[in-house]
Design a protein around this ligand. Structure first.
Ligand SMILES: Nc1nc2c(c(=O)[nH]1)N[C@H]1C(S)=C(S)[C@@H](COP(=O)(O)O)O[C@H]1N2
Ligand SMILES: [Mo]
Length: 443
């Protein structure tokens, strides 16, 4: 902790659906009544939402609850394990601020309630352009054609017998944090940054498959990847990436992919925006020019201030966000807080993360948790003693290539405010005197 070694403060976790003013007001009322009750009953009254402070005469220490004397659940009742009933509130969710267009939808990962760098499979964000499918792997095929000596078709069994690798990488939708381009300050980190996840993927390197088919990697400067769902998702992958670290993955976090994440096969394109990570992957074509597919011409282009569009800006630049304390949470006491967050860069490893508690005037270097891996999330922590006065928390990441995360207004000076994609600006969380944390756009 710090020199003064103060008592750790308590945080009220964000009630998740915080978007409408009515919901905000409901939550404020709930908090006021909780604080009243907590004072009357002593801390620990609502352990589910508040990290309670134990007292020496706390009844929870001496009372023997049923679980210390009774018989527990037998193993069979659990089957495939699921989280504790007390963690029910931690879920991926659709943003109340976004309209769902038929099956074209997004669910956001609850970054505010996650630890370390790995996203559990049931909390991985989802982005479907035309709904998800649970495809029979015995019927699924992967075809490789185009500028190859021998076009081939693989079954899942054939693919899964090839030399395999397991690697940890982040996936971020290019539209993550897109609402912040304008002056829409989305209330919680789940909805500002939750189109972000990080898993250990297992599969075969694309370079292995290209080699097996005798791909012409000189003339063939691009690979087209095509999905088997109705969204006709096709994306151009530069050959340089294809020969480097692109994977054909069937597993994430030690088990087969989940249907919503592309079961039984997806492309993993480390450092590149999520849309190129084609799910339900069924075909790869080696070609000599970019394919200009609909998702490269109509969508996933950056609208610039002069009205032109930037195309093929696929790399996810260096970025970070503080996940606790973050929007919607409430600091209930003055005192010590472990400020924690995530940093990542599509260019490689995170070198350093700086944290400011005064809106960017002064910066301190955060502690990076191990491992610090290329093109993966990196967890950072910094000590902070809140003195009860208003504060603005920010984090700024720097990657190993020297790229520095920009301020939002530095980005806007170049990119304007009408873009959707590739917002890697510094996020500001304002801690009010009341302890409530708000998303603000200062600079
Ligand atoms: N076949 C197919 N692949 C797809 C998509 C899709 O709709 N269909 N969505 C893309 C987009 S826009 C993103 S951000 C990622 C999301 O991956 P996830 O749903 O596993 O989080 O998958 C990409 N691959
Ligand atoms: Mo996306």
């Amino acid at each position: 902790m710090t020199d003064r070694n103060p008592t750790p403060g308590r945080i009220q976790k964000a009630p998740e659906n915080f978007l409408s003013p009515e919901k905000m007001e409901q939550a404020r009322r709930a908090r006021r009544s909780f604080m009243g009750k907590a004072l009357a009953m002593g801390a620990g009254a609502s352990a589910a939402t508040v990290a309670g402070a134990a007292r020496a005469d706390d009844p929870a220490i001496v009372k023997l609850p049923a679980h210390t004397t009774g018989l527990g659940q037998p193993v069979a009742a659990r089957g495939y394990g699921s989280p504790s009933q007390w963690e029910r509130n931690l879920q991926r969710r659709e943003s109340p601020g976004l309209t769902r267009v038929s099956a074209a939808s997004v669910s956001f990962a609850p970054l505010q309630g996650m630890f370390g760098i790995i996203t559990p499979n049931g909390l991985h964000f989802e982005r479907h352009h035309q709904g998800w499918w649970d495809i029979d792997p015995s019927q699924h095929r992967l075809m490789i054609n185009g500028l190859v000596k021998e076009a081939r078709v693989f079954t899942m069994d054939e693919l899964m017998r090839l030399p395999q690798v397991s690697r940890i990488h982040f996936i971020e939708c290019g539209a993550n944090t897109g609402m912040e381009w304008g002056n829409v300050a989305v209330p919680t980190v789940q909805y500002t940054h939750g189109m972000l996840s990080c898993c250990e993927y297992t599969g075969v390197l694309l370079s292995t498959l290209l080699d097996m088919c005798g791909a012409d990697t000189k003339k063939g400067r691009y690979v087209l990847a095509e999905g088997a769902d109705g969204s006709s998702m096709t994306r151009t992958i530069p050959m340089a990436n294809a020969l480097d670290d692109v994977m054909i993955a069937w597993a994430m976090n030690g088990e087969m992919l989940r249907p919503e994440n592309g079961y039984p096969l997806r492309l993993v394109v480390p450092g590149i925006q999520g849309v190129s990570w084609v799910k339900y992957l069924r075909r790869l074509e080696v070609g000599d020019k970019p394919y200009d597919a609909k998702d490269e011409v109509l969508h996933y282009v950056d609208l610039m201030p002069d009205g032109t569009h930037r195309q093929y800006t696929s790399l996810q630049e260096v970025k970070s966000v503080i996940t606790t304390p973050s929007g919607g949470q409430v600091l209930l006491d003055k005192g010590y807080y472990n400020v924690t967050g995530l940093a990542w860069s599509g260019r490689g490893r995170i070198k350093r993360v700086d944290v400011s508690v005064d809106g960017g005037r002064n910066w301190r270097t955060a502690r990076l948790e191990n491992p610090v891996l290329p093109k993966a999330l990196t967890r950072f922590n910094v000590d902070w003693v809140w003195d009860g006065s208003p504060a603005v928390l920010q984090s700024r990441a720097i990657d190993e290539t020297g790229h520095v995360q920009p301020r939002l207004n530095q980005l806007r000076a170049v990119r304007g405010t009408r873009s959707i994609y590739h917002n890697n600006g510094i996020q500001s969380w304002k801690v009010a005197e009341s302890g409530e944390v708000f998303n603000v756009q200062l600079n």
